[in-house]
Each structure stands twice: as structure tokens, then as C-alpha cells.
Design a protein around this ligand. Sequence first.
Ligand code: HEC
Length: 409
Amino acid sequence: MNFFRNLGLLAKISVIVVAILTLFLGFNALLNYRQQKSIILGEALMKARGAAFHAVQSREYLSAEYLKGKVTLSVERYGLIPVVASNRIGMLVAEDLGYRIRQTSDRYRNPKNAPDAFETAALKAFRAEHSLLEYFEETKADGEPVFRYLLPFSADESCLQCHGDPEQAPDFIKQLFPAERDQAYHYELGEVIGAASISIPMEDLYMQIHANLRFDLMVTGGTFLALITCLGFLIRHTVTRPLAELGDAIGEIMRTGRFEEQLPGRGRDEIGLLIERFNEMSAHLREKTREVEESERRFRLLTENARDGIISFLANGQIILFNRQAEKIFGYSKREAIGMNILALIHPDCPSIHEIGAPEYFRIHAAELMREIRRIPGRRRDGAPLPMELALSLTESDGHIFYTAIIRV
Ligand code: HEC
């Protein structure tokens, strides 16, 4: 969190915008993917249903036609048995359209029609649950995604000719599939004989979805990137750079104490107004500083040229102002005197001050010293005593008390 707090404004905004857009993009891609997946699964289901119904219809059509024309089936016409024919036609169509159809049964007659694990499960489900009209699922075959669909066939009257009592079956069927070796006889009416099983490979469709998704991501991502770049440029130009310049200008003022800096104006937006106010404040303070400097200069001239010695000192006795006349009187230069204690300028003959120290002395006697001019024995730099007259005034500034002594010899 600290890391984030220390980022620049532009970086912060970028991080937030990128995070939100990435989330949005990811969420959108996920929804999109799910939607497309459900669409292709829906399409696969329709296709499978179509193929299965097609198989049933062609079988029923062939049966009906044979009954009309009294066609007799034989070993030579094996491929014309409705189930066999519809199965083979279905297979041919499926080959062209890229899926697989077969008819299967767990009590198969032809070993080629033996069910695999998925088909066995479906057949079991059909037998257990008679109302189950279809069985489908998307699974993997050899690592590739496939959509698998099974439509159950239940035995009707016509089926029982060849799948019922073996005695009743046509001769060529009995001949080809003797009852002792065949498990596809002895079905009852309505019983599930087997199912049409359809597998639709989904790999190509998924590749299509992935390609679409990649394209979508690229387009949306590119748009977002362009948006973020423009936004970043705008924010840098209108917010962060002007703010940084303002910060630099304030830093410069803190460093130099001078209000010279004027920033270039930039319109009437919030930042523009801030800069305008800064310029106004800077101009105002520049004027004020000039006034203060001028009054200080006047004060200095006044004190320097006074005929009396003027010394200001803090309540603890530390000298802070020492004018030219005071230099002459005491023999200290201004530089030496400033910072010295006022006690050094008072002769040891005045023990009352020296005993209790300057702060205490002035605390007790200030009022009386301010009321009347006093004569006090001073002390020059060379130690010589110096009789002098002293008038005291007290000033308070910035919460500090300081005294100003006017000295005449
Ligand atoms: C004229 C005889 C005949 C009739 C009628 C017939 N079948 Fe069959 N059935 C066969 C033969 C023969 C096979 C083996 C096909 C092969 O070699 O692929 C077979 C195979 C099947 C299979 C594939 C599993 C396996 O045992 O190899 C299913 C499922 C099936 N029949 C269901 C039906 C249904 C349902 C009906 C009624 C609508 C029906 N059959 C009517 C002769 C018949």
C-alpha cells in the first residue's frame, strides 16, 4: 500500500485504470467465451439430433418401401436391411460433414457395433430410465474435445422379426447369425435394442472461438491501450506537469525566500485557477516583503544615526541590537556585541545585577527602570567604569519579550 501511496499521480491513475480495464476485459472475455461455447454446444446438439433423426427416418422409410414392393432380403442384399442401410448412408453423410455416426448395442450382433465406455454408460442409462429420450455430453477422445450424443432405439413390431424369437427370423438372418452364437435375439416389445451414437469433433470450433477471442482481446485491448495513452497524455499535460511546476516554484521560494517566480497562466480550469492564485499570492507577498524591507531599512537608519546608544536584548540578557553610538560608548564592535550578555556592559560595582543575573534583575526592576531614567555604572571593553544614564523600554514580539535600553553618557 505504501508503494502505491508513493507513486506519482499519473502512475496511480494509470494503475487504477489499467486494473479496472484488465478486470473488465477479463470478465468480458470470460462471458464471451462461455456464451460462444454454449452456442457451439447448442449447435452440436442440433446437428447430432438432426443426424440421429435422419438415421431413424431413413430406416423407417426403407422399411415402409420394402413392405409396399414386397422386396425380399437375402445375404446378397445384406446392405439393404433398413438398419444396415440407414447406418451406412448415415456414415457416408457423416464422413462428408466431419462427424461420426454408428449404431451400437451392448447386445451387439456385429462386433463392429460394440459400444465403447461412453456408449455403454448411455445404454445403461436408457435401460434404467425409460423416459430418457437422449444422452449427450462433451468429453475428450484422444485428448481432443468431442460432443457425444446417443438416441435410444426401442424395439417395435418390425424389429422383432430379426431381433425377437430366432425361430421367426428370416432364414438368411438365422443362417448368418445362428441363435446359439447371437445375443441380439429375444428382445421384447418396447425394450431398448441399442442407440444411434454420434460424435462431433469440437477441436476446430474451439480453435475458431479461441481465434475470435484473441481477435476481440486484441481489438479491445488495443482500444484500451490507445485510450490509456491519450488519457495519460491529457493528465500529464493538464494536471501533473503544471502541479509539478507549481511544487518546484514553491520549493524555489522556500529555498531563496524570494517571491520572484511567476508561472505561465494556463486557462480557467481548476489547475489554471490554482496557478493564477499562486501568482497573485506571490505578487502580494513580494509587495509585502518589499514594504517590510523598506521599514527595516528605515528603522536601521534611525537607530544607527541616533545620538544615544541603543541596545536591545532578550529577557535572558542576550544582546540582539547594538547601534553605532553604543559601539563608540562601550568600545565593542557591533559584531562582538551581538550575542554577548548585557551583564558584560555593567560594572561589577553594581552587584545587585551580577548577583541575581540579568533575567531575574530585569524581571524585578524593569517596571521601575521604564518609569524613570536611572544612572548605572557601565563597563567599557577595556574594563574602565563608565557612568551612564539608562532608559528602558519593553517590547513583545512573536511571544518573546525583549528590552531596549537607551544609553547616554
Ligand atoms: C431384416 C432384419 C432386421 C430387422 C427387421 C432389424 N434388424 Fe437390427 N440388425 C439386423 C442385422 C443383420 C444387424 C447387424 C448389422 C451389421 O452387421 O452392422 C442388426 C443390427 C442392429 C443394431 C446394431 C447393433 C448390433 O447388434 O450389431 C441395432 C441397434 C439394431 N439392429 C436395431 C434394430 C431396430 C431398433 C430394429 C427395428 C426398428 C431393427 N434392428 C430391425 C437385422 C435386422
